[in-house]
Every structure is written in C-alpha cells, then in structure tokens.
Design a protein. Structure first.
Length: 405
C-alpha cells in the first residue's frame, strides 16, 4: 500500500486460536473475511499463501506432511509428489522466480498439521508467465483455493479463476502482516535482529539477535514495499495504520531504471553498493562549510537529495553507481524520517522494518539503524526480520488454515 490513509479507521477485534488481531476497516466498513469452502485437510491438499504486491509477489508454500495412516487417492498422491519435487528441486523458476531455501522452516505445526514452510518470490509483472508455468506443469489440481493478500489479490482474482480455476481467498493486508510477524517471532528464535555500531555509510555494523517476544508491545511496523505503510501495534487486539508514503522500494527501482538503465532491483542494489552519493547530494557542509552546530546538524547530513545535480560540472562527474546510491539514500532517509515521526508521536521506542525493499540490502538496514539512533538520540531502536518480505503471505496462509476447521 502506497497511499497515505487516515489513521482514524475503526477496528474490530478478531480472535483465532487464542491469537487476536485487529481487523482494519476502510471508510468505517468492516472488511469481511471470505467464507472458506475447504474441508478438513486430506491427502492431496496443499496450502499456499500469497502477498501480491505492486512490484513483487511473495509466496509461502506449506508442505503438509500427511499422516502415514491417512487414506490416499493414488492420483492425488502422485500430484503432491510432483509438486513437492518441482518446488524443492529448483531454486529459480522462470526469469524472476526464486526460492529462499535458507529461510525454509521445518517441522512447523499450524492447527493440527505439521509440515515445512517454503518461501518463494517473483516479479508481479511476470504473473502471466507464472500462471502459464502452473498450468504447463499441471500443478493446479491440488490447490483449488489460495489465501491471498495485497492489492494483486484483487487485481488478479479474475485471472486466477478464469485461467487456473483457482479461488483467491482474500484477507486484509495489514492484519496479515501483524499475524505473520507474530508467528515468525514466536517460532523462530533468531527471527528478529538489529545492527550494532551502525554508521551513515551503510557498512561496518554488526548483526545481533533481538528477543522480540519479551519486548513486544507496543511497537511500530514500517512495511517498505513499492510504497510504505506504517502500523502501530499496541496489543494483539489493537493494530492501526498511522501513516505511510509513496516513496518506497518502487521509487528506488524506478529511479535507477531511469537514471542508470538497471533492469532489476538486485542490479540496482549492486550498483548502489559501488556508488558515492555525496557526489550527487548536497550536504550540510556544502552549504555551511561544516557542521551546523546551532541545531546539532552534522556536516555529513544530506541537506538536499540530488541537490548537486543542478550544477552542469557536477552532473558530468556523477557516475551511474553514484546516482543509484543517491536514490537509495533518498528513499531510505524518507522512510526513516516517516518512521521516526510516527514513533515520536506514538511514544514508541521500537520500530520493526520489514518488506522486500530490505532484501539483500544491508546498506539500507544499517542506514535506517543509524538514522533512527541519530535523530532519536538513541531512544528508538530499529529492528529487522530474517523473513523480511514474507510476513503478509504467511499471515494470509495462517488465517486461511485457521478458517478450515
């Protein structure tokens, strides 16, 4: 979600299996959870959750381990085996699909089922190719309904039904984020972490595990996808959207495509890692000749993003990697400023940054850490997650499974 919506939406508590979350509403109308037509899990049933964003689609596949004594339809068993082979024998799928094998979670128990969680992502612009791949590999018969969240759950709902005969069970995006985060932080002790000794360069900090479960409420979620949504989580029954900005991961990738010709997010990040944004941005020292001591502003702070590009000689000296780094710094500074203002307004000292903007992006994580620490005088801690972009998809999957009783 990139639009900045009102924080005054009414909320209604919804409790599932002892874990409660606020179901958010739009224009004071409760978003109903769709009825589920799935029966109790049987041999041949496999489970999928998807968070279909504007730039990236994140998928979670729950490889359910059916009891050995369960009755099995031979054809269904063959299809399940083929699906499992297809998923686990590949790390890549098509031109942009990728399975994060290092993130898989073994022996996970959801409801009465035990299995393995697999995490897969691909560019949303390749959705048509994804559907063709599913059809060509005859993978559709064992998952006739998929739990889904994100804007694409609405955009592609008709296509899934017409092309694959698959029903998308849609769930509220922000509720799914909160549910996915709680699950991951509960069942993966090393899920949440922070960066120690960070600096403004985005390099050199040390990664440390954070015990999220013992310091959980209240906290803020800053979800950095194509755009940014900021949520205040006061308790299991109080989750509210309090802010956001359209300047997010899609902005970074779009600027890099325009300015440097990169074709993918990963290419843009790799380019930015070699860049020097001070050749592009105008700093405080460029204006004041050093620090602005009266207001406690370091001379190394950015005063104007891309401010040096008004000068022809500066433009001539800027390399593609410098432009990419400046785009990264611009987006990261905007996100940190929004998160810090929301934390201050809500009197919260923990901000959890998630979203696929942070994948393979240590620079931004460390810059966010430095900015939050600098501007709060050390009072606000920036936190991150190993499964940074998969919370929504997992939350949708869990919500769906809880409804299939």
């Amino acid at each position: 979600m990139s639009e900045d919506q009102s924080a005054g939406n009414e909320a209604t508590s919804n409790s599932l299996s002892g874990i409660s979350f606020t179901t958010l509403s739009t224009e004071n109308q409760l978003l109903p959870e769709p009825p589920c037509s799935c029966s109790t899990p049987r041999e041949g049933t496999q489970w999928f959750g998807a968070d279909i964003g504007g730039t990236l689609t994140k998928g979670v596949y729950f490889e359910y381990q059916h009891p050995k004594h369960a009755s099995a339809n031979h054809k269904d068993s063959e299809r399940v085996a083929a699906l499992q082979m297809f998923v686990k024998s590949n790390l890549t799928y098509g031109s942009t699909g990728y399975r994060d094998a290092h993130l898989e979670m073994l022996d996970q128990k959801i409801q009465s089922m035990t299995g393995t969680l697999h995490f897969i992502k691909f560019d949303t612009c390749r959705m048509e190719g994804f559907m063709s791949m599913v059809a060509e590999n005859d993978l559709v018969h064992i998952a006739k309904c998929v739990s889904a969240t994100g804007g694409g759950a609405y955009k592609f709902e008709k296509d899934f039904k017409e092309k694959l005969d698959v029903t998308l069970h849609k769930y509220d995006e922000l509720m799914c984020l909160a549910k996915g985060i709680q699950y991951l932080c509960t069942y993966n002790p090393r899920e949440c972490f922070y960066w120690r000794n960070s600096n403004s360069s985005g390099f050199g900090a040390e990664k440390e595990v954070f015990d999220f479960q013992h310091h959980i409420y209240p906290y803020i979620i800053t979800n950095v996808g194509s755009g940014v949504s900021i949520l205040l989580v006061n308790s299991q029954t109080d989750v509210r959207r309090i802010g956001g900005t359209s300047i997010g991961g899609g902005t970074f990738q779009g600027l890099c495509a325009l300015l440097t010709g990169t074709d993918s997010f990963d290419d843009a990040i790799a380019l930015a890692e070699r860049g020097d944004s001070t050749k592009v941005d105008k700093l405080v020292r460029d204006i004041y000749g050093g620090d602005y001591a009266k207001f406690g502003l370091s001379g190394n702070l950015v005063a104007s993003s891309f401010g040096n590009m008004i000068h022809p000689e500066k433009r001539a000296q800027a390399r593609p990697e410098d432009l990419a780094k400046a785009a990264l710094v611009t987006v990261t500074n905007t996100v940190s400023a929004m998160a810090k203002m929301c934390a201050s307004a809500s009197s919260v000292d923990r901000v959890l940054f998630i979203g696929n903007y942070l994948r393979n992006n240590r620079m931004s994580m460390q810059m966010l850490t430095y900015a939050m620490d600098y501007w709060s005088n050390g009072s606000v801690k920036a936190l991150f997650m190993e499964h940074e972009g998969y919370s929504g998809a997992l939350g949708a999957l869990i919500t769906h499974l809880e409804s299939c009783k």
